[in-house]
Design a protein around this ligand. Structure first.
Ligand code: PMT
Length: 221
């Protein structure tokens, strides 16, 4: 199976030396890529800027901004059977990043913001009947409700929701706890465990989804 994973944060420039980003370390996405390689799949990992070594046997495609990540996902989309979007894509960027370093003497900058592209929404119309797309939902409240909304709105087959308001899981932690919601209405839970364990368990469910789609497709063709 061909597995495409995204990981880490994206960065949007404020001026030539400053950017806006988030606390994603890439650990969750890298664990998923390593688990997929360990399970015998071909893996491409689109990674924002992180301080992690590339997982063994995994082709890493480095990106910086949301635009870069969208381009890389689009380029690799037709290749993959399974897409897992674990990256924390920055949602907003300055409409016009300053061309020169913003000087302290100029006072605090007033920034006009615009949304970055929503990668999952942009690629949703291109999903083939054989492909499985899994997103992540990073929430600080109403975890299940928000995750189910994103599952529906982004036309996903599954979404793994994590509580990012706690220090011992989610962003930049060694462990995670996942509530996984599926498009058929099923829900499953992965209790607090290392990101490697979470990745292996989530991947096993996603492998089943891909197998089911392949079977259904062969029946119908
Ligand atoms: O990297 P770690 O430190 O290990 O932390 C892991 C994690 C907390 C980053 C990871 O488990 C996680 O939750 N990743 C998704 C973070 C996120 O951006 O969630 P969201 O709820 O804002 O977005 C929902 C989904 O849409 C995600 O799959 C996201 O990749 C995708 N998205 C978001 C914004 C955007 N512009 N385009 C997108 O495709």
């Amino acid at each position: 199976m061909n597995v495409l994973v995204t990981a880490g944060p994206t960065r949007e420039a404020l001026d030539p030396v400053r950017f806006i980003s988030n606390r994603s370390s890439g650990k969750m996405g890298y664990a998923l890529a390593a688990a997929a390689h360990g399970a015998g799949h071909r893996v491409r990992l689109i990674s924002g800027p992180v301080a992690l070594p590339p997982p063994e046997g995994v082709n890493v495609i480095p990106v910086v901004s949301a635009d870069d990540m969208l381009t890389a996902v689009e380029k690799n989309l037709a290749w993959c059977d399974l897409l897992i979007m674990a990256a924390a894509v920055v949602d907003w960027r300055p409409r016009k990043p300053a061309r020169h370093k913003w000087k302290k003497s100029q006072g605090p900058p007033v920034i006009e913001w615009e949304p970055t592209p929503d990668i999952l929404s942009a690629i949703a119309p291109r999903k083939t009947p054989r492909q499985v797309f899994c997103g992540f939902a990073a929430e600080t409240r109403a975890l299940a409700r928000e995750a189910k909304r994103k599952l529906r709105e982004k036309n996903l087959d599954a979404i793994a929701a994590n509580d990012v308001s706690r220090a011992d899981r989610g962003f930049d932690a060694a462990r995670n706890e996942l509530a996984v919601f599926f498009a058929d209405g099923a829900a499953r839970h992965i209790p607090l465990a290392s990101k490697a364990v979470c990745a292996r368990r989530l991947l096993a469910w996603l492998e089943n989804l891909v197998e089911k789609k392949v079977k259904n497709n062969s029946k119908n063709s």
